[in-house]
Design a protein around this ligand. Structure first.
Ligand code: RP5
Length: 163
């Protein structure tokens, strides 16, 4: 998050109210020492900010965009329409338990792909891990960290349940 030239992942979210559910994505990226930025950008409320961000992300060296939005969640879809970078959509919790967000993010028309994750913080965490998997294709250091992360996760699962 310090040297702008090396930012690889952008996390954008529609509102400050999304941050508590988006935070796990940033935490995972920090664990992998992947430079990233977190920005509030709304397709509805800040359309100029959104257009400017989406059209310049690739030129800035960003490789993957995570887009979190709730309700009438157009952020990921409109971002995918404005850039060829992979866009990972995270449906946010909402008044309709995130179902509206999930469908708005997932039900893209053919031709404009958005990879859609689970609702809320689990989706945020997995979107970050998916971004890491993409980056790991070209970066052996990240790939090694990913292998360690997966092995550590396995070791943390107990063999038997406890009362
Ligand atoms: C969406 O509207 C945001 O992504 C957020 O999930 C939802 C509600 O936003 P606030 O009214 O809390 O700012 O654009």
């Amino acid at each position: 998050m310090s040297n702008k030239k090396n930012i690889l992942v952008s996390i954008i979210m529609g509102s400050q109210s999304d941050w508590e559910f988006v935070k796990p994505a940033s935490k995972i990226l920090k664990e992998f020492s992947i430079l990233h930025e977190c920005k509030i950008i709304s397709a509805h409320r800040t359309p100029d900010r959104h257009k400017n961000f989406s059209e310049n992300a690739k030129k800035r060296g960003i490789k993957v965009i995570l887009a979190a939005a709730g309700g009438a969640a157009h952020l990921a879809g409109v971002t995918a329409a404005l850039t060829t970078l992979p866009v990972l959509g995270i449906p946010m919790n909402s008044k309709l338990s995130g179902l509206d967000s999930l469908l708005s993010t997932a039900q893209m028309p053919g031709g404009v792909p958005v990879a859609t994750f689970a609702i809320g913080s689990a989706g945020a965490k997995n979107a970050a891990l998916f971004a890491i998997r993409i980056l790991a294709l070209e970066d052996t250091n990240i790939a090694k960290k990913l292998d360690i992360y997966i092995k550590t996760m396995e070791q943390k699962v107990p063999q038997e349940p406890k009362d």
